[in-house]
Design a protein around this ligand. Structure first.
Ligand SMILES: [Zn+2]
Length: 301
């Protein structure tokens, strides 16, 4: 069943000022939210929207689901992240082939401008924007991915294998997720976040007192998994490890007051967490947007 919702359209670009530490300002246009992270520009771009069914969660605690998500359905999204430093444009993931290209154009990025694509992991809703009509979408880009994830990508266990991606782009460069080695430039390093997939990788931006951590598919259901990070998602490759890494990373984000960017939270997919009892509480960054939301009830991976 397809559901269509018409959002309120606000034609003007809104300037939103976040009252948190560092130089963090957020501007939002339709499906695009622009943050300043020190000297870096960070964009959260909505590639598509969705809705998550509680059936995608793995738990016997049905009471918790009834309490945290009483309708059984939670808004979701598919975000792609862009980091700009001077003339360098870096893409973090590529979405599933939705609105990314049109929205990149709105921030002045042509496909040929993208020289580096960092992949958090190899599921189809993250690598799906790499190829269209058997051609590279980003003709000048080098793919970068963690070694463990590349091995997973090439293995039969990964049902979303995009052999064509590697064939067209060439063998990816290997990321070293040690938080010290530059992923592309020194203000952008990679962070190991295994569990959802064996080599899932996050990206930490730190510049002039501003910081932001891209956590990709650390969690999928914001209504449930912040409060209950022990509850898993059916596409998690290793449920136990995913839950451990989820709790540890959310704790870190709360302690270090990091903005987090989460691929499948609703737009703008960026916000802050605080510790709340045994779990966490999330506050999304403010934004203003106009869009036609289409949801087919499919869960992100
Ligand atoms: Zn995903």
């Amino acid at each position: 069943m397809k559901l269509h919702f018409q959002c309120v359209t606000l034609a003007s670009v809104m300037l939103l000022v976040l009252s948190m530490s560092g130089d963090l300002r957020a501007e939002s246009d339709e499906g695009i939210c622009h943050f300043k992270v020190g000297a870096l520009d960070f964009y959260s771009i909505q590639d598509d929207v969705g809705e998550m069914n509680d059936g995608a969660l793995v738990t016997d605690d049905k009471d918790a689901l009834a309490r945290l998500a009483p309708t059984g359905r939670t808004p979701s999204g598919y975000a792609v992240f862009v980091v700009k430093k001077g003339s360098d444009t870096v893409l973090i993931d590529t979405g599933k082939g939705g609105k990314l290209l049109r929205r990149l154009q709105k921030i002045g990025v042509k496909p040929e401008d993208v020289k580096n694509i960092l992949l958090t992991h190899s599921h189809g809703d993250h690598v799906g924007g790499l190829v269209k009509d058997d051609r590279k979408v980003f003709p000048n880009a080098t793919l970068r991915i963690a070694a463990a994830e590349l091995a997973f990508w090439k293995s039969a266990r990964n049902g979303n294998l995009c052999e064509q991606c590697i064939k067209l782009y060439g063998e990816p460069e290997i990321l070293v997720p040690d938080e010290k080695t530059a992923a592309v430039f020194p203000e952008l390093v990679s962070v190991p976040l295994p569990g959802h997939t064996p080599g899932q990788t996050g990206f930490l931006l730190a510049s002039e007192g501003g910081n932001l951590l891209v956590v990709a598919d650390l969690l999928h259901n914001g209504a449930v998994q912040f409060a209950r990070p022990d509850i898993g998602f059916r596409a998690d490759n290793d449920l136990k490890l995913a839950a451990e890494v989820r709790r540890k990373t959310l704790r870190r984000a709360a302690d270090e007051r990091l903005l987090i960017a989460v691929s499948h939270l609703p737009f703008p997919s960026v916000g802050r967490v605080v510790v709340d009892g045994d779990g966490f509480r999330y506050t999304p960054s403010p934004f203003s947007s106009g869009a036609v939301l289409q949801t087919d009830g499919k869960s992100p991976e």
